[in-house]
Ligand binder design. Sequence first.
Ligand SMILES: [Zn+2]
Length: 311
Amino acid sequence: MTEIVAFDDIKDTRRIRREMPDGHLYNTSFIDHSKEHMGAPNVFMIESSENRILDTHFHDVDQFQIVVGGGGKLGKHTLAPYSVHFARAFTPYGPLVSGPGPGVAYVTLRARACPTGGAQRLPAHREKLEKMTGRQPWQVTGVPRFVAPGADGVGMRLIDGLKDDKGLAGYALSMNPGAKTLGPDTAVGDGQYVVVLKGSLIHEGVEKKGITVIHLDPKDGAFPIVAGPQGLQGLVLNFPHPTPQVKTEAKPAAGAHDKLWQCELCAFSYDEAAGLPEEGIAPGTPWAEVPHDFICPDCSATKADFIHLDL
Ligand SMILES: [Zn+2]
C-alpha cells in the first residue's frame, strides 16, 4: 500500500521523548503501524539539542537516516543536510553527536519497524552481537549531490556508495516546477521511500510540501512523481532484501589483497595499501604502525576490536 505523509499532516505528533539537564530530544511520527504489526514501515523525525551524545548502538532492522537540519558527527563522519546513513541490521554506528547551535534533526526510515524499539547501546549489548552467527554488518554514509535537471526537467543521480546487489539504492532527485517522472522500480528490494526535502510534489491534485515521505511496497510499482510549483529536491531510497542471518565466509572483493583488517563489530575495513589519508594514515601503512589510539571511523571500536581478514 502506498502511503504519503507530509510534515504538515503530522506535525502535531511532535513529542518530547526525553528532557535532560543537557538538552532535549523531540520525536515526530510520520508513519507508525506498530500497534497493528511490527512488519510494517516506520518513519519518524528526531530533533536533538546541541552537543548531545547518543552512544554507539545498533538496531535489529535495516534503516536509512537523513539529516534534515543542523549537523554534527556520526563516528568520524561529518553530518550536514542532507547526509544519508544506511546501516544494516545489527551494525553498530556512532556515537552520534549533535552539533552546536541548532543541534541536529534527522529522519529515520525503516521498511519494517524494529521489534526491540530503541537503540541497543555498546558496550552493554555487545554480547548479543558476539553471540550471533552469520551477522552481516555493513554501513555507509553518503552525501547526495543534486544534479541540475535535464531537458525533461528531471535530474536523478545515484548517491555514491549507496548501492548493492540486494536492491539497496539511493538517488538524489531534483525536478523543475511541474516536471513529471517515474521513480525507480520498487520490485527489486524490500520497499522504497520517496522523500521530498525541498519544494513540493503534487499528488491527486494536492500539494505536499517537504518534508514529505512516501512509502511504496515492492509490489506498488514505480511512483509517478509530479513536482509542485517550486520544483523539488528529494531522495529516493530503496531497501535491500533483508540479510539472511546465516553463516557465510568473508569473500574477497575483486582486486582485494591480503592486507585487510576489519572491525569485528561493524565490518569497517582497513586496507594497508590504501591507508586512511583522511585520518592522516598514509597509503602503505601496515596495521602494526597504525596509532594505538586509532578508533573505528564508523562505530568507534578500538584498534583491538579489529581482526585480520584471512582471505
Ligand atoms: Zn567499527
